[in-house]
Design a protein around this ligand. Structure first.
Ligand SMILES: Cc1cc2nc3c(=O)[nH]c(=O)nc-3n(C[C@H](O)[C@H](O)[C@H](O)COP(=O)(O)O)c2cc1C
Length: 204
């Protein structure tokens, strides 16, 4: 038996909780931006994924209008810092609704490093930083999807194995429902099957 739910019959938060508990685990973009008057901002966003391969693009969603979105709109730049397990409490603390004039880097005590191609700084202890230029935004109801072209990537050599970021070394955190977070579980590996190799493929 299933419980059937019609979004039209439920309030916004009921469906928000259902979606965020169902679409799991979500990777976390730890987004750094700089305001027009020079304040460095940092906030986690778990509505985040790769948006395009060529040119390389990523996307995150601002639910409502927040400082990160305002800064991206004002400056056209942001950095997605990957969120490693060892920075769990700091990442959560940057989700606090600090006033616009305060920098989460300073309030939480997070070390910056300069970016190569954009003005917002990178998180020094994050294993991967994707420096982005704003491509476009799409307003969807109460949320805004931000698309950014990755103009530079900086990867810590401590997580590289044969030139590739190794997930066991990155230890990415994920966001689950409620106040739950996930850590990396067991990693499975399997090759995709080409149709030409599918059993009985020649007959159909
Ligand atoms: C793990 C985590 C994931 C989050 N994901 C999102 C998200 O995808 N979109 C969003 O608007 N807020 C998200 N939030 C809440 C924002 O981080 C929070 O509202 C923050 O204060 C926004 O900061 P800003 O105003 O400096 O941009 C998340 C918070 C946490 C802790």
């Amino acid at each position: 038996m299933r419980i059937e739910l019609d979004p039209a019959q439920h309030d916004r938060n009921t469906f928000y909780r259902l979606l965020t508990a169902s679409v799991v685990p979500r990777p976390i973009a730890w987004v750094s931006t700089t305001s027009a008057d020079g304040v460095d901002n940092l906030a986690p966003h778990s509505f985040f994924t790769v948006a395009c391969v060529s040119p390389p693009m990523v996307q995150f969603t601002s639910v409502g209008r927040k400082d990160s979105l305002r800064n991206v709109e004002a400056t056209g730049e942001f950095v997605v810092n990957l969120a490693p397990e060892q920075l769990f409490e700091q990442i959560n603390a940057t989700g606090t609704d600090f006033p616009h004039r305060l920098s989460e880097f300073d309030a939480v005590g997070i070390a910056r490093e300069p970016s190569t191609r954009v003005k917002p700084p990178r998180v020094a202890a994050s294993p991967v930083a994707l420096e982005c230029r704003l491509h476009s935004t799409v307003l969807l109801g109460d949320s805004t999807v931000v698309f950014g072209e990755v103009v530079h990537a900086a990867v810590s050599d401590a997580v590289l194995v044969d030139g590739h970021p190794e997930v066991d070394r990155m230890r990415p955190l994920t966001r689950l429902g409620k106040d739950e977070w996930g850590t990396l579980g067991e990693v499975l590996e399997i090759s995709r099957i080409r149709y030409a190799d599918w059993p009985d493929a020649q007959k159909s």
